[in-house]
Design a protein. Structure first.
Length: 101
């Protein structure tokens, strides 16, 4: 996703497909810059899956996005088990959605 994308942008985008309970862009701790991915948590798993289907491989803010359900964090994985995805979408528990750019 674009480095200019905010959590509010993600909330608005995913909100077109259901109730968003949280939306967060992941920032680099050292530089404070966006890592160009984030997580969106949705209230309802069906709405989350609808958002994945509707938004995956679409253009958002000038960038092609890939939206996937996030994997649970694996032990010893510094990147929270999201290494193969990168970019956007979370829902706690089994309803995590990862938007990959």
């Amino acid at each position: 996703m674009s480095s200019a994308t905010t959590g509010e942008d993600l909330e608005a985008l995913f909100g077109e497909h259901g109730v968003v309970t949280s939306a967060k862009v992941i920032m680099d701790r050292e530089t404070g810059n966006s890592k160009c991915f984030g997580f969106v948590e949705m209230e309802d798993e069906t709405e989350g899956m609808n958002a994945i289907n509707a938004l995956n491989e679409t253009e958002f803010q000038g960038r092609m996005i890939v939206v996937k359900k996030a994997r649970p964090r694996e032990e010893g994985d510094r990147n929270g088990g999201h290494r193969s995805f990168h970019r956007n979408g979370e829902n706690r528990g089994e309803r995590r959605f990862n938007q990959n750019y």
